[in-house]
Design a protein around this ligand. Structure first.
Ligand SMILES: [Zn+2]
Ligand SMILES: [Zn+2]
Length: 137
């Protein structure tokens, strides 16, 4: 797919991924779960040259969750927008911003699987990696 449009719940902030397939992964880390009340479902367009941020600077809140990483949120509706590694210039977006992607998504990977609490489990067949990037099972 090309020029895939995404937006937050209130529709004030827009993002676009220039080229992407349908790969979705989940992150079970403590920060993602606290931020969203569950695992984050994410897409990984990687570099900034593959994304176009159409954000209203006054309507976006950034939170630096670790020294090299910022997370962006819509300041109006609270929607989690993206994770951005500032040094690697690597973006991962909230998959749920993009109706076209999730309509035919391939859920293929779970990360920080060792941080997943016991009260939920996905039934999907996926690869799983722990917080040290070692494959589990
Ligand atoms: Zn919003
Ligand atoms: Zn995470």
């Amino acid at each position: 797919m090309e020029n895939i449009k995404g937006s937050c719940l209130c529709g004030k902030n827009h993002v676009m991924i220039k080229r992407y397939g349908n790969f979705v992964y989940s992150c079970h880390c403590d920060m993602c779960r606290k931020m969203t009340a569950g695992p984050v479902m994410a897409v990984d367009p990687e570099k900034s040259d593959n994304v176009e941020l159409q954000l209203d600077a006054e309507l976006v809140t950034y939170y630096q969750s670790s020294p090299d990483v910022e997370r962006a949120f819509c300041a109006t509706c609270g929607t989690y927008l993206f994770w951005h590694h500032l040094v690697r210039d690597h973006y991962c977006f909230n998959a749920e911003l993009f109706p076209e992607i999730i309509a035919d998504a391939q859920f293929g990977l779970q990360v920080f699987y060792d941080r997943k609490p016991n009260y939920y489990d996905f039934a999907n067949e996926t690869k799983k990696f722990d917080s040290h990037w070692q494959e589990v099972e």
